[in-house]
Ligand binder design. Structure first.
Ligand code: NDP
Length: 247
């Protein structure tokens, strides 16, 4: 149970992040959601969580790629909740294209949001974790970060980077009671994969031993495990939630 803990979920307004926020709240955590611009979606997630679980929940608009904006939002969350115990770096975007033709701005935007965003969050939450002598960080990576994916050099690099970031943070912070792990989802049914052409979806499902896309809740269950006491001896690991795609 996570009663008395505060969890920050970036990209908590939709898809996997919304499912993670819901799952952590279901086991008692208070929830701070960070979103980029979709205020209505973020408020809907908050209303749903509040109605179902009665925990404290609040949404914050913040571009995680902006170092100073993250600094300010973590200070606001500390003011509202007292501290932070759990950080889920889930916010992520794609700007797919072939490496030979990719625009510089598309490469930078994806690295800045997916990878630097997670650094910014860890950088500004770690002072709270150190003070509390406890903390749990989960970076949401991807199978693309484990095995690469044609058309996603920027995304794959950011997702591989999230694994290196998790392992380095795990080594640095373990002695202070802070754990850091990564979850690498395969194809999950969300807005991000909804836009894929039907042919690609079928070809992708054919590569998955379990034969189907996963659900956001499948990822949320893995994250909730890593955030729990049951995972207290697990740090620096990558948990694959991919129907067996990578093994
Ligand atoms: P969605 O596109 O459904 O949601 C993305 C979320 O990230 C939204 O809440 C969005 O906020 C937020 N966000 C985007 N950019 C920023 C930013 N700069 N600052 C703050 N928040 C931001 O994504 P998914 O739920 O599909 O994916 C969630 C994570 O899981 C991502 O990191 C993705 O890479 C990873 N993943 C997804 C897979 C899949 O198959 N879906 C597979 C493997 C990994 P807003 O609503 O305001 O736009």
């Amino acid at each position: 149970m996570l009663n008395g803990k505060t969890a920050v979920v970036t990209g908590g307004s939709r898809g996997i992040g919304a499912a993670i926020a819901d799952k952590l709240a279901s086991v008692g955590a208070d929830i701070a959601i960070i979103y980029a611009g979709n205020a209505q979606a973020a408020e809907n997630v908050c209303d749903s969580i509040r109605g179902k679980y009665g925990v404290k929940v609040k949404a914050y608009k913040c571009d995680v790629s902006d170092y100073n904006m993250v600094k300010d939002v973590v200070a606001q969350i500390k003011g509202d909740f007292g501290t932070v115990h759990i950080l889920i770096n889930n916010a992520g975007i794609t700007r797919d294209g072939l490496v030979a033709m990719m625009k510089e701005e598309d490469f930078d935007r994806v690295i800045d949001t997916n990878l630097k965003g997670a650094f910014n969050m860890i950088r500004h939450c770690s002072g709270l974790f150190l003070r509390n002598k406890e903390g749990c960080i989960v970076n949401i990576s991807s199978v693309s970060g484990l095995m690469g994916n044609a058309g996603q050099c920027n995304y794959s690099a950011s997702k591989a980077g999230l694994i290196g970031l998790a392992k380095s943070a795990a080594k640095e912070l373990a002695s202070k009671g802070i754990r850091c792990n990564a979850v690498a989802p395969g194809f999950i049914e969300t807005d991000m994969t909804e836009v894929l052409p039907e042919k690609i979806k079928e070809a992708s499902a054919a590569q998955i031993p379990l034969g189907k896309f996963g659900k956001a809740e499948d990822v949320a269950n893995a994250v909730a495990f890593l955030a729990s006491e049951d995972a207290g001896y697990i740090t620096g690991q990558v948990l694959h939630v991919d129907g067996g795609m990578v093994m």
